[in-house]
Write a protein that binds this ligand. Structure first.
Ligand SMILES: Nc1ncnc2c1ncn2[C@@H]1O[C@H](COP(=O)(O)OP(=O)(O)OP(=O)(O)O)[C@@H](O)[C@H]1O
Ligand SMILES: [Mg+2]
Length: 606
């Protein structure tokens, strides 16, 4: 039923109507069918009072009541059929539209740059994808389609009413703007209180979600009571906001009933007078009252529709914020001229070959907002070598690697990164990332099996390849110790694994990528020194032609590297072989002396 409707690149729909039309397009036919059925229900129902009128007025002349009763049953049956059509077409249309919205939002979110994700809280994005899509759906599938029904209901009712009695019709009509205005007045306020309830609910679920994900911290620091009190206070605010809302709703319904009652009373009083003076027949009077009562609810809901429209408008803007955010390629194209036209003539093999060459950082500078993180960094990593990076926390090591993988983009004037002389901004993004295996500093595991976690890099991985990668990552023994082996489910974010097991799973996962360039960002920090050596030796002997970049705070991890770069406050402090740096008596030497006992330092032998 649903069709995936991809928006053309760059054709962001920025206005509200455009965005609604964009979503409705895929299910427009179903919505039209639903509106048609809804109008038919209304027309059939609106005919019934006329039949009653004729039946009542023909009583004296001995009219055929059975025929009138049968006609009413036929009209009611027709209305039942069309009502079924209205509900089922409307539901199909609404679900189709919701599916399209969810698909498009999810696809978009996956393609937005890392920097966008860092600026937007997960909870907020989730709320836009659930509450806001629900609100748009509610508005389009109920209120918007209802407008047509209400319009026809009012028009046809008044058509009949004016035919029956002009003056009485004016009395009935005079009430409409009053009721709509009153309803709008209340619904604007009701909408605001709903918003407060929504916000309080958001805060409440944030507390609950944080306590659930941080349950270890809560237990470890004995924070159960504090967190419970915090939750309790927020829970009270949430409850109060609902009570406030309900009080306002009660007032709205009560006063609304009073207004409708006054209007009906006026019609009964004047209708009776007109009946007595003969300008209205009893049948017409009954029919008139029926038409009037049929309009009460729809007219009252007009005010609601107007106020819901403004709420839906806000939701559309909130979704537009995600859908119109530039995806990685587009966002990066803004940063640099080259990303706008990556060299698509390069084949995958050519790119793989390129990646075996020297990697050159040339005058790279980078800042997060106003905070400079890297300043004029230049160095070269020879292709096929093992390159170590050392430096205090916050000195910019991870940022260098995120720039290399283009998770952050360098602007045109902030230097360049070249591999085999080619600017990485000229290499198509997916192809570049395919050739760089990176184990991030905080590896993320999905709550799937270990086997699935390792094999996400390619769908065609054989179990032999998975085993080989696990073997290099020194993970085989661990997996053998699990009763379900590779089928062991690792729990949310890998909580059922130890820190070191998680790191090694992430390493094995990266190795299955078979990339010619591999980055280990502090990826051996949680494994013991012996396993650290084992993994590095396995890497060296089995993947000898790859370029390996090792970031570590542990000098033993870096000591066998061909070259080491020492970073300090976003600048290159030292660069050279471990032996050269040791002789230099700088930062590297100090770190060595701090971390190692004299016997462990074998640089002098080089
Ligand atoms: N998303 C971000 N927004 C703002 N500042 C950031 C962001 N990511 C990193 N930084 C800042 O950039 C600087 C460098 O961070 P980076 O992660 O590169 O350091 P690092 O050398 O890898 O440190 P560590 O050894 O602790 O991993 C730090 O001062 C950090 O606060
Ligand atoms: Mg880091």
């Amino acid at each position: 039923m649903s069709r995936s409707r991809k928006r053309p690149e760059g054709a962001a729909v920025s206005n509200r109507t455009g965005l609604v039309l964009h979503f409705v397009r895929g299910s427009a036919f179903l919505f039209l069918l639903s509106i048609f059925c809804s109008m038919m229900v209304t027309l059939l129902q609106l005919y019934i009072p006329r039949v009653i009128e004729e039946a009542v007025d023909s009583l004296e002349s001995g009219g055929n009541l059975v025929a009138s009763a049968l006609l009413i049953v036929v009209l009611a049956l027709g209305a039942v059929l069309f009502r079924y059509g209205r509900i089922s077409f409307n539901e199909q249309a609404a679900q189709t539209m919701m599916k399209a919205m969810r698909d498009e939002l999810h696809a978009r979110i996956l393609h937005l740059p890392l920097s966008w994700h860092q600026q937007n809280a997960t909870g907020d994005i989730m709320q836009r994808c659930t509450n806001d899509t629900d609100r748009i759906n509610e508005f389009v599938s109920h209120q918007l389609t209802d407008v047509f029904r209400i319009a026809i209901l009012i028009a046809v009712s008044f058509f009949h009413m004016f035919q029956m009695n002009l003056r009485l019709s004016f009395i009935a009509a005079a009430a409409i703007p009053v009721v709509v205005g009153y309803s709008l007045f209340f619904h604007v306020r009701i909408g605001k209180r709903f918003l407060v309830c929504d916000e309080e609910e958001g805060l409440l679920s944030t507390i609950a979600q944080e306590n659930l994900t941080g349950i270890r911290v809560v237990h470890a620091f004995g924070r159960e009571r504090y967190e419970q009190e915090r939750f309790g206070r927020q829970n009270e605010r949430y409850t109060d906001s609902w009570i406030d809302l309900m009080k306002l709703l009660a007032l709205f319904w009560g006063c609304g009933d009073l207004l409708s009652g006054i209007q009906v009373m006026l019609i009964i009083v004047f209708g009776s007078v007109f009946c007595v003076n003969g300008t209205l027949t009893p049948g017409q009077f009954i029919a008139f009252l029926s038409y009037n009562s049929m309009m009460v609810w729809p007219v009252r809901s007009l005010g609601r529709i107007i106020s819901e429209m403004s709420k839906a408008g806000v939701s559309i803007d909130r979704i537009g914020y995600i859908l119109n955010a530039p995806d990685e390629e587009a966002a990066f194209a803004k940063e640099s001229r080259a990303a706008a036209k990556p060299d698509s003539a390069l084949t995958e093999e050519e790119i793989a070959e390129l990646m075996r060459g020297d990697i050159r950082f040339e005058h790279v500078s980078f800042r997060f907002d106003d905070t400079p993180v890297l300043s004029d960094v230049s160095f070269t990593i020879p292709g096929g070598s093992t390159f170590g990076i050392l430096g205090a926390t916050g000195s910019g090591k991870s940022t260098l690697m995120l720039l290399l993988d283009r998770l952050y983009e360098l602007s045109e004037e902030s230097g360049s990164i070249r591999i085999s002389g080619k600017d990485i901004r000229d290499i198509p993004l997916p192809a570049l990332r395919k050739q760089i295996g990176i184990v991030l500093q905080e590896p993320f595991l999905f709550s799937r099996t270990i086997g699935e976690n390792i094999s996400i890099t390619r769908s065609s991985l054989t179990s032999e390849e998975i085993r080989r990668a696990s073997d290099i990552a020194a993970l085989e023994d661990t997996i053998d110790s699990f009763s379900s082996g590779y089928d062991t489910v690792v729990g949310e974010r890998g909580v059922t694994l130890s820190g070191g097991q998680k790191q090694r799973t992430a390493i094995a996962r990266m190795l299955t990528q078979n990339a010619p360039l591999m980055v280990f960002d502090d990826s051996l920090s949680a494994v013991d020194a012996e396993t650290d050596v084992r993994i590095r030796e396995a890497l060296k002997s089995r993947l000898s032609d790859a370029t390996v970049i090792l970031i570590s705070h542990r000098v033993t991890t870096l000591m066998e590297a061909d070259q080491i770069l020492v970073m300090e406050q976003g600048r290159v402090a030292e660069l050279g072989s471990p032996a050269q740096l040791y002789r230099k008596n700088g930062i590297y030497r100090r770190v060595c002396d701090l971390q190692l006992s004299a016997g462990e330092v074998d640089h002098e032998s080089e």
